[in-house]
Write a protein that binds this ligand. Structure first.
Ligand code: GLV
Length: 304
């Protein structure tokens, strides 16, 4: 078990596997003595090169949804699983917290309060607007479901038919431009793969609607940041909320920090912490020990 908080994970995993030897490590130095022997590693933030030094390794349970940092370095004969389902609620709450705040003018109201100014702020409603969700895995599907609950028309984009049923209209990635041009709020929940890299570029951005909002809670590779900075200065999209970036931490000199229509959060919409992923991790270990199929097996070709 390699993570920044290992204690409660180890306690929970021991309940599932009382016979197993389970070690928690928060640093590489702590992990070092166990590399030779370990058969399974549950990890978040483990430097991927370490896997090559684990001769008995059979299974890696990555404690996050996105495996882009580890997928290429995991040996072919080692199973790689990611967390599926555990982040849907918190991440879609994050998305709608911002969509509602931006549409209804909550940040502006706060500014006015600070200045003791009594002025009505009346923003448009999400209801009746069109939401576009790019990436219709478990998180994207929940964003789509909540969009409908708020009375939005939902468009979805994904590379297969998956998730078609959660949207009113479905697009393939080849139609990204048309998809983005038709929505009032575009939410990206895409994994980082060669296909998603730069999928939102100057051409897509310039076609976005007046007043539109762009949210990215997937991975920073999806947006060409240089193009987005130029586009935000032109007001298309009108506003953006970014949780993920091409480089993280976002360098202090990035112009994104100071753009008034850019709202930044520090890759925290779906944190990998025991509260959210422990139950998933324990259940997958139970399955492994009983020879049952694991949940979240990563397809190496697809990259997620
Ligand atoms: C976080 O970004 C994750 O992939 O879980």
């Amino acid at each position: 078990m390699f993570a920044s908080e290992t204690e409660s994970y180890v306690r929970a995993l021991k309940q599932v596997a009382p016979q197993a030897e389970i070690f928690g490590a928060q640093t590489l130095t702590e992990a070092e003595p166990h590399l030779e022997e370990a058969e399974i590693v549950f990890a978040w933030g483990l430097p991927p090169a370490v896997l090559a030094r684990m001769p008995r390794l059979r299974w890696v349970q990555w404690l996050g949804a996105g495996v882009d940092l580890i997928v290429r370095q995991t040996p072919e004969d080692v199973i790689l699983t990611r967390v599926v389902g555990a982040f849907s609620t918190v991440m879609s709450e994050h998305v709608f917290a911002y969509l509602l705040a931006l549409r209804r003018g909550i940040f502006e109201m706060r500014e006015l309060q600070r200045e003791h100014i009594w002025r009505r702020v009346v923003g448009p409603s999400l209801g009746g607007q069109r939401l576009g969700v790019a990436g219709l895995g478990s998180i994207g599907a929940e964003v789509a479901r909540l969009g409908r609950a708020f009375g939005m028309e939902v468009w979805g984009l994904s590379r297969t038919d998956r998730g078609r049923d959660v949207c009113d209209r479905h697009f393939l990635p080849s139609a990204m431009r048309e998809f983005a041009a038709g929505v009032d709020a575009l939410v990206l929940v895409l994994p980082a793969t060669p296909e998603t890299t730069g999928i939102v570029d100057a051409e897509v951005l310039s076609g976005m609607r007046e007043g539109s909002i762009l949210v990215n809670v997937g991975r920073g590779n999806a947006i060409v940041e240089r193009d987005l900075i130029a586009a935000l200065r032109q007001g298309r999209p009108a506003m953006t909320q970014l949780d993920v970036f091409e480089r993280e931490p976002l360098p202090p000199e990035s112009p994104l920090w100071d753009l008034p229509n850019c709202y930044i959060s520090s890759h925290c919409s779906g944190p990998s912490e025991p509260r959210l992923v422990q139950a998933f991790a324990s259940e997958n270990l139970r399955r492994y020990l009983h020879g049952e199929p694991l949940v979240g097996i990563v397809d190496r070709e697809r990259g997620y």
